[in-house]
Each structure stands twice: as structure tokens, then as C-alpha cells.
Design a protein around this ligand. Structure first.
Ligand code: SF4
Length: 313
């Protein structure tokens, strides 16, 4: 159940008028296909939320045509108030103990070989929802043992031991997004701490060195090229394998403004920079999102590691 005011903490704030028109490289087609409608029907029937819809992702037409939906667990209401995010905020939903089984059922019906599961932030729960993540991973494994699983988790800030519970459930990919450069955390991700997020990714590698780790940022929020380079270095210091970089889009006038639309050639330059810093995989383009093409990217990630290991003997 969602609250009536979608973002109560932003309601009293002045509008940030949309200043910049979307350039042609950011425009996407309206989501119309039989498969899109089928994916939507399935999510409604099983009472599941997706980040594709809740975050107003521009790729939904393309992804859902291929039945690639990213399910968002732990309810539809987030306890944080990030200024970039369109997910509803406020009083969180009651935890649904049967959600993990319904996620497994949905993913079985979608017939995906690789799935991405994410969640809202649940600062109200003692473990931040970690055990629910672990139960969801186990339910998918039981229902579809051949399916690889990627989790995109919150930061579990001040939830001692939470990360360990998720890692122990052995997802194939552990993703946690930094979202932006440290200087902008106060205005973009006020409830989070940059170095806590970097440390979380570092800790995943300590606990499970063979688990792929992944993180992403948005650009166009006011960051500089030097700051993006520093984020890349911080992620590499934490052993992160895969970086995603995409254009920030302003979901409503109450959200953070788009500082600029980064042109495709600058994304190509970021991709080259990231490769030079040693990431196994890089995805950088205006419409890159952390779960976009996640299945194909996972296959390439595995292959890149195989080649790397073969090269060191
Ligand atoms: S890119 Fe990710 S969030 Fe966006 S529609 Fe595709 S699967 Fe959903």
C-alpha cells in the first residue's frame, strides 16, 4: 500500500522547475508491447512492486518487452528521502512474510536466466530487511536453481551484521550503488554516508572474494570529472568489479534538478577511464541503469573474469 502523498518530505519544498529539455539521445519510445502488458499483469497478480515502475525508469518499454523486470521487495515505501529518487517515501508497509515465495514464482513465470532483486530502504527494521533478502535469494534458488541472482541492496547503515546475512545467502552479484560523488551526498543522498557505502562493498569482497561486486553512479547532478575519477578509484580500492554510469533524470519538479545532460562522447570517455582503472566490466551511457541488460552483462562479467584468471596462470 502506498501513501497518498508520494513524497511527504518534499511536499512543502518549492518546485525545482525543469530547466533543460531532454536531448534526442535520451528520448525513449512509449512502452507498448504485448510482453510489456503481460509483465505488468503478472506483477499486479502477484502483488509485487518493481523498481522499473516505482523509479519511473526510462527503459521500461525495452526491458519489459523482454520480460526483464527488477522486483523491489520489502514494500513500496522507502524510509529515506533521497532527492533523486521517485520511489514513494513515508511510513513503510508491513513486512509481507510470503513475498519471497511470490518473487520466486514471478521469476519462474518470466523465465529469466538472471534476475535482479532490489528493495526500498528499511531503516525501521532491526536488520534493515537483510533476512528478507536472504529468504528471497533462497526461495529463488529453490524454485529456479539454474537462475543467477543479483541483489541491489540498501546500505544497511547502523544495522550491525545485516550485510553478512545477505552475503551468506550467496547471491551471484552484490550491487550497491554509490549514486553520486561524496561532495553531493548532503543534497542528493542525505540519509547515507559515502564511506560507509564504499566500506560495504569492500566488506562483501572480504567475506566472499569470488562474489562479483557492482556499483553505479548517476551523472548530470553537478559532479566534476575529477570527482567521478575519485569515485572510480575508491571503488577499485574496494575491489569492485563492475561500474555503471548513467544520466540522472528528474522525476518530478520536487526532485533534484538536472545540472546538465552529459553527451554520449563524455560517457565513452568515462567508460575508457573506468577500463583503464581496472574494472572488469563497465557500462556507461545516458540510459545505463544498474539493472539494464543485467543478464547479458553478467555473462560478460563471468567471461571477463575467466580470461583474467587464465592470463595470470
Ligand atoms: S533498466 Fe532496470 S529498472 Fe529500468 S526498466 Fe530495466 S530492469 Fe527495470
Amino acid at each position: 500500500m502506498t501513501t497518498t502523498v508520494r513524497h511527504p518530505e518534499k511536499a512543502h519544498k518549492p518546485d525545482n522547475p525543469v530547466r533543460l529539455a531532454k536531448p534526442e539521445w535520451i528520448r525513449v519510445k512509449a512502452p507498448v508491447s504485448a510482453e510489456y502488458n503481460e509483465t505488468r499483469r503478472l506483477m499486479r497478480a502477484l502483488k509485487l512492486n518493481t523498481v522499473c515502475e516505482e523509479a519511473a525508469c526510462p527503459n521500461i518499454g525495452e526491458c519489459w518487452k523482454q520480460k526483464h523486470a527488477t522486483i523491489m521487495i520489502l514494500g513500496a515505501v522507502c524510509t529515506r528521502a533521497c532527492t533523486f529518487c521517485n520511489v514513494a517515501t513515508g511510513r513503510p508497509d508491513q513486512l509481507d512474510p510470503h513475498e519471497p515465495e511470490r518473487v520466486a514464482e514471478a521469476l519462474g513465470k518470466l523465465g529469466l536466466s538472471h534476475v535482479v532483486v532490489t528493495s526500498v530502504d528499511r531503516d525501521d527494521l532491526d536488520d534493515g530487511g537483510a533476512e528478507h533478502f536472504a529468504r528471497t535469494i533462497r526461495a529463488i534458488r529453490a524454485a529456479a536453481p539454474g537462475t543467477t541472482i543479483e541483489v541491489l541492496t540498501p546500505d544497511f547503515l547502523r544495522k550491525e551484521g545485516a550485510l553478512e546475512v545477505v552475503v551468506a545467502a550467496r547471491p551471484d552479484v552484490y550491487n550497491h550503488n554509490l549514486e553520486t560523488v561524496p561532495r553531493l551526498y548532503g543534497e542528493v543522498r542525505p540519509g547515507a554516508r559515502y564511506f560507509h557505502s564504499v566500506r560495504l562493498l569492500d566488506r562483501v569482497k572480504e567475506l566472499a572474494p569470488d562474489m562479483f561486486t557492482k556499483s553505479g553512479i548517476m551523472v548530470g547532478l553537478g559532479e566534476t570529472r575529477e570527482e567521478v575519477a575519485q569515485v572510480m578509484d575508491d571503488l577499485r580500492s574496494a575491489g569492485v568489479d563492475f561500474i555503471t554510469i548513467g544520466q540522472y533524470l528528474q522525476p518530478t519538479p520536487k526532485h533534484h534538478v538536472v545540472d546538465r545532460f552529459v553527451p554520449p562522447d563524455e560517457f565513452a570517455a568515462y567508460a575508457a577511464m573506468a577500463r583503464s582503472k581496472g574494472f572488469l566490466m563497465v557500462s556507461a551511457s545516458p540510459l545505463t541503469r544498474s539493472s539494464h541488460h543485467a543478464g547479458e552483462d553478467f555473462a560478460r562479467l563471468r567471461e571477463a573474469r575467466r580470461i583474467q584468471l587464465a592470463a595470470v596462470g
